[in-house]
Design a protein around this ligand. Structure first.
Ligand SMILES: Cc1cc2nc3c(=O)[nH]c(=O)nc-3n(C[C@H](O)[C@H](O)[C@H](O)COP(=O)(O)OP(=O)(O)OC[C@H]3O[C@@H](n4cnc5c(N)ncnc54)[C@H](O)[C@@H]3O)c2cc1C
Length: 570
């Protein structure tokens, strides 16, 4: 039963770059509005924007241009990005980085002449990644959080959104049902506009990088609300996740790309360098190529004690490595590895979901009153996200959403929520309590990790995907038989684990379905049975809605394959 009901004009789910920018922009556009940020963790302390190490892509230098950034994004995305969304990303990134520095107080690294320092990132034809050392996300989130705290913006922390509640007539959003994690009680927040900014996050894979609060909740809620999701087969793997055993959460976390960029070698279990056999760029090839080569090498069986591969930096000189990669050396030492002078075990790790809810450039979705931004939104990156375009995406589209919602709520009334939808959602959340079965949840999580890693991971084929779909069906059935002790609901982490798994399985099924439908290999998606890229001119993207996948043509609204927006390219 709902213990409490609140009302607000704008409700924002998530406090990453997307959620906080949306709150600030909506408040700036219309200071009189009631704005509430609701978040599963603590505002400013959770989500992946805070974890950004590398930095933020933006065309600032005189020799660079938004056209060049755009072309890198389109080519890097395998010609699958929505071109209008990608154009808005690169043009508004310039405004957002200036706002971050000049209005919100971020200090980014600078060159001796006072200009902003921009470093190289893979897949870009110009060094355009703005950063604050390798702790860029902490700088951005701390400054954004301070600004939100300083304004009259409501906060619901440790509140987990569990369902989008439509209006009585089913035609618009009316609010969101939450579990107040501190008490375990249900709370309904009614709102005129709701922003989905829960940040995706491929945490259904055995090895993954995102923060533990991310379990694809927003995507699962959107699916249940009947919204279309695009590009769901596109899951990016980062090549060098730390591999330190199952006892530590450090396993799967990222060892930064700069290690390979600086000249690090990848070695197999026999301590032989293997990347030159796979690609002429060897360790400096793009993330998808290196991850795939590593996966193939691991399949050959020559692996490290934990079943992965090694990264070796010692040939560059231990002192230099210790000096240039201080943080990484310390992180590895915490797990018993000597990065500067020895070998560190690594494995490709699931990092980012390019797929998400289909949306318009103003962040609106197919459900009136529901908006989406950041990693929950699909279409900006296509088949591959360039490193540095993730945080640009969340801040650019968060700001757009804030502006749009402030305008949208003018003249809107709160819609009456559908009571049956609320009851149904609560019944699902309550269903594991008091059942008799004792399916151990830890085992179910391991099963999910295994099936996604082995069959819906870096290399896929029809047989594996078909097997995965039935294993996911079986997992869902097992989850629905799971029982939880009917005790204290306050901070009941086992309950939240169960809710996380329900959402992860639902979204995993869409990844498997979209991967089955795409019969080619593009960007992050590789089919061993369809290894060709397919014709760029007839590129199509996957769209899944109510369990049905369709292939939709990419609209080349600004540039066609074979063309470029760069005047000096010909
Ligand atoms: C280790 C790491 C390093 C990265 N480095 C870079 C980089 O160098 N450059 C780059 O461009 N990108 C990088 N990325 C990607 C980047 O972090 C993301 O693209 C971006 O930050 C996503 O922003 P967001 O606002 O959409 O989501 P997030 O910042 O993840 O925020 C999501 C928010 O939603 C909340 N939430 C989740 N579920 C619920 C729920 N049910 N109810 C309420 N709230 C909920 C979370 O608690 C969180 O507050 C990195 C990612 C990782 C994991």
């Amino acid at each position: 039963m709902v213990a409490k009901t609140l009302s607000t004009d704008i409700l924002i789910l998530g406090s990453g770059g997307a959620g906080l920018f949306a709150a600030l922009h909506a408040h700036q556009a219309a200071p009189g509005l009631a704005i509430t940020v609701a978040v599963k963790g603590l505002l400013g302390k959770c989500g992946c924007t805070r974890m950004v190490q590398g930095g933020y892509n933006v065309a600032l230098a005189r020799e660079d241009s938004v056209e060049r950034h755009f072309m890198d994004t389109i080519v890097g995305g395998g010609w699958l990005p929505d071109q209008d969304l990608a154009w808005q990303l690169v043009t508004l990134a310039v405004e957002r980085i200036k706002e971050l520095e000049n209005e919100l107080g971020c200090f980014f690294d600078r060159n001796p002449d006072g200009t902003v320092h921009q470093k190289a990132f893979a897949g870009q034809t110009f060094d355009r990644t703005v950063h604050k050392g390798d702790l860029t996300g902490i700088e951005i989130i701390n400054r954004l959080a301070e600004q939100v705290w300083a304004r009259d913006i409501g906060r619901l922390e440790e509140h987990r959104a569990v369902e989008l509640i439509k209006s009585n007539d089913g035609k618009s959003i009316s609010g969101v049902l939450f579990i107040d994690m501190r008490s375990g009680e249900y709370l309904l927040v009614r709102a005129k506009a709701v922003l989905l900014a829960t940040g995706g996050g491929p945490t259904m894979y055995k090895y993954h990088t995102p923060s533990g609060d991310k379990s694809c909740d927003g995507l699962a809620m959107a699916l249940r609300a009947g919204l279309p999701l695009r590009d769901m087969e596109m899951v990016q793997f980062h090549p060098t996740g730390l591999l330190a055993g199952t006892h530590t959460r450090m396993t799967g976390t990222v060892l930064e790309e700069g290690l390979r960029g600086a000249g690090g070698y990848l070695l197999n279990g026999a301590r032989e360098r293997f990347m030159p056999h796979y690609d002429s760029l060897a360790e400096r090839a793009t993330r998808d190529v290196v991850s795939r080569s590593m996966f193939l090498e691991m399949r050959k069986g020559s692996t490290t004690p934990h079943g992965g591969l090694y990264i070796s930096m010692a040939h560059l000189g231990p002192e230099r490595v210790a000096r240039e990669f201080k943080g990484m050396v310390e992180r590895c030492a915490d797990c018993g590895f000597d990065l500067a002078g020895g070998l560190v075990e690594v494995v490709p790790t699931a990092h980012y979901m390019m797929g998400g809810v289909e949306f318009a450039p103003d962040c609106s979705t197919g459900l009136p009153g529901l908006f989406v931004a950041g990693e929950d939104a699909g279409g900006v990156h296509g088949a591959n996200r360039l490193g540095g375009n993730g945080v640009a995406n969340s801040t650019v589209y968060g700001a757009v959403a804030g502006d749009t919602m402030a305008d949208w709520v003018k003249g809107q009334e709160l819609a009456e929520p559908d009571p049956a939808a609320i009851e149904e959602a609560i019944a699902v959340c309550e269903s594991p309590f008091g059942r008799k079965s004792s399916v151990p949840m830890e085992a179910l999580r391991e099963k999910l990790y295994g099936v996604m890693w082995d069959k819906v991971g870096i290399i896929r084929d029809a047989a594996g995907l078909a097997a995965a779909q039935s294993e996911l069906d079986a997992l869902e059935a097992e989850l629905d038989r799971c029982s939880l002790a009917d005790g204290n609901r306050a901070f009941n982490l086992t309950w939240h684990d169960w809710l996380n798994l329900k959402n992860l399985v639902a979204v995993s099924r869409t990844i498997a379905a979209a991967a089955t439908a795409r019969r080619d290999s593009r960007g992050a998606h590789f089919r061993a049975d369809f290894p060709d890229r397919g014709a760029l001119e007839s590129s199509r993207f996957t769209s899944i809605q109510s369990g049905v996948v369709s292939m939709k043509p990419v609209a080349f609204t600004r540039v066609r394959p074979g063309e470029t927006l760069l005047r000096d390219a010909a």
